[in-house]
Design a binder for this molecule. Sequence first.
Ligand code: ATP
Ligand code: MG
Length: 570
Amino acid sequence: MRYSNYFIPTLKEVPAEAEIASHKLMLRAGMIRKLASGLYTYLPLGLRSIRKVEAIVRQEMNRAGAIELLMPIVQPAELWKESGRWDQYGKELLRLKDRHGRDFCLGPTHEEVITDLIRKNIRSYRDLPINLYQIQTKFRDEIRPRFGLMRAREFIMKDAYSFSATEESLDEIYQSMYKAYCNIFERCGLDFRPVEADTGSIGGHASHEFMVLAETGEDDIACCTSCSFAANTELAEVKTDGRGREPFTPGNESLKKIETPDKKSVEQVTQFLDKKAKELVKTLIFLADQKPVAALVRGDHELNEVKLKKVLQADRLEMAGPDVVEKITGAPVGFAGPLGLPSSVRVVADSSVAYMKDFVAGANEQDAHFVGLNWKRDLEPPEVHDIRVITPDDPCPRCGGTIEIKRGIEVGHIFKLGTKYSEAMGATFLDNSGKERPIIMGCYGIGIGRTVAAAIEQNHDERGIIFPVPISPFEVIVSVINVKDREMLSWAEKLYDGLSCKGIEVLLDDRDERPGVKFKDSELIGIPIRVTVGKKVIKEGVVEVTDRKTMETRLVSVDNVIDEIESMLK
Ligand code: ATP
Ligand code: MG
């Protein structure tokens, strides 16, 4: 490819809209352009990188026995009503009507469509297992699209769906997908970690996320420093122990109601009362499928909504607004507490709350808190569950070791779905005794654009992107110092042809620009190897070869340069 005929609109300035390195660099390097919030055009350079990731994904999927197909983006509402997700999915599902007034949505994922395909085309255990995948555009009307391709509304996903007759077969496919994912992300040059994950709105029982470790990641991962335990904090189990104490053991302080004018937050209340955050019970009011719930966690802990939702087996869980809180507790936000709540409110406490005594809590009265509150003595012990977010002070739930919290970008996610969709939608098969059973499913996703962005997030420096070779838009850039020098240009063209003949992807920078501009651009767009063709090629028959990662430059004779580059690329 000749740079002069190509389209790489690089930017000198850092675009104001971009917050993280990968987003800034993808804009500056001319890889993407925003059309509207969460909608991007993939420019030629960005598209090449995306296609490289797709090719790696395709190879590994095919190798793992998955078969490619392609499903429509527009999906009929009927299928989503059958699965129950038309009502559950919420506003991320972009709904539309056709000219006949029929309801459709833009596919955020394809469980419904593929389950429909399978129920109509598979009858017998002999046709199973089967694992089908596509690489296709998804649409999710994300509440906060940001970070460029990381969290877009329209994005490319590889999604695979497996159908098995037995749990063992699902396990086998799940394992093969797990392995394929490791291969894919390794080949993309990523430092990643598979972690145990929540199954979210897709549903099902087992799941792993593939996390790229990066400070700018949106997920928190709990990792054990001693064993292999790693889990999304949305899921990570908290092992609370009372250090030998029985739960709900009362202390000796007497119960008092204290005026706390305008003291609402944990910080304000504890400062005012000269208490520690861990001596206060935080009472959070929720509506779970419209029913009021009070969730109790220690003042220094964070409630985990994913866990709470599971405990309550709720389809919808939302924080109650100020009006609802006032109606339920009789006090404005900031003064709720477990003592004196109406009996219609279900009270769920975190395990660590069971070991608290002489604690502080809101009095369900404006400007008042209780101190010296105790279970059993002052109020009935509530139901207790693990409903909080793990902290570095908690032990590893697997080995008791030390937990570290790291940030991660989720690039892939695999689930064992079980029979959730096949039962809801009647996708059954006849087993070898002729009995009808629901098909056992798995699903496996990779964000293609997010993978490119994550690779850039992990591989860049102050000059720009440092592409890992397998996903770089080009492998080599040949920069000609002075294109007006005919002899110099023809050497560069010879080199370009020679490399191209070897199947190496080369960008020939034949623009009539100053060398400084060319160098800056080549460093910004991050092509792994630069060959600079200058005066020395004519006088001494040598060119400069620069490694983008180390920025080391060596002189190499034109006779050896192709071999040299081939070995560098390996
Ligand atoms: P997240 O928690 O980041 O919203 P998710 O759990 O909703 O992700 P899945 O439904 O598992 O994601 O989708 C599979 C993959 O698709 C994700 O692992 C991610 O790589 C990618 N993906 C999901 N949402 C987006 C998005 N808005 N923009 C880009 N990629 C996305
Ligand atoms: Mg999501």
